[in-house]
Design a protein around this ligand. Sequence first.
Ligand SMILES: [Zn+2]
Ligand SMILES: [Zn+2]
Length: 335
Amino acid sequence: MTRDASMSALQMRGLESLVVTRLPIPSPSPHDVLIRTAAATICTSDLHDLARNPFGISLPRVLGHEAAGVVVQCGAEVHALPPGTRVGVHPVVPCGDCEECRRGLGHLCSRMGHLGLDRDGAFAEFFVQRADRVRALPPEVPDALGALLEPVCVCLQAVARAGDVRGRDVLVAGDGPFGNLIARLAARAGAQSVRVVGRESFRLARLRHATPTTTAAPRSADVAILAVSSAAAAAECLTALRPRGRLVIFSALADATPLELFPVHVRELEIVGACNDEDRLDEALSCLRDSTLVLAELITHQLPFEQWQEAFHLARHGHDRALKVALTFPVAQPS
Ligand SMILES: [Zn+2]
Ligand SMILES: [Zn+2]
């Protein structure tokens, strides 16, 4: 590869401002790999970043944190992922050194690095990531599916934070890609029943191992997982919980959320959070390979990078016809 080669990248420059630009191909630090992007999926959080920039990303920044590709160059200290390896990535980079990291909670690192937030992400022809956050993809996992490595990780965390769901009735609020994925993983974890509350018939029809519903009956669930950014849905989840039930707040609620806490008091309910995951990459890989989960069908659209505007439009407004939308990149040598 030529050292000063440049690449095409999709840069956020302000609220609702995305621009395709040329940037130098990044070079890997000693513990990094340089990855030629093959597929990158659009996340709800990319849409939130564009709309409100809730994490205060300093701009300009290349977004994109769900990706798969091919290793093209390794940092001096990387020996396990030789060039040519097809990989999926996890965007979170724990520092390994702060108080949270030292007590084994790297996913809550106080100096966390994150693709697309504090460093350029994967909506580009190339990106770098620390090698320990990268996994080789087995041949049966195609690129776009491999881009779901991190979404599967964080959804596994959402289910894990619900506690032992075996034999229990699980309610998932939200019929989007995350709700659909969490429902499949809750069933895999042994839930007795999984119901998904949603509004879009297109999306509710794409559930597996779960029953679609438009409302949740009071006291009908042992566990509720909030997978939609809606205060009303959070309240409905609390109402749906039986005594000693647990609510997992997985979705980001942008504003202060009024919740009736009296039921928490009298029914001994619990409310816990879930956002990143505790190194669930290897379990996520086995989920991607699991033919009973059929996670590939969550990716309803694959569009070439040049059609990014259409892809973002679909991800934002296509609730009646889309779940996950992937940007794909031609397999080509750097210019
Ligand atoms: Zn994401
Ligand atoms: Zn840390």
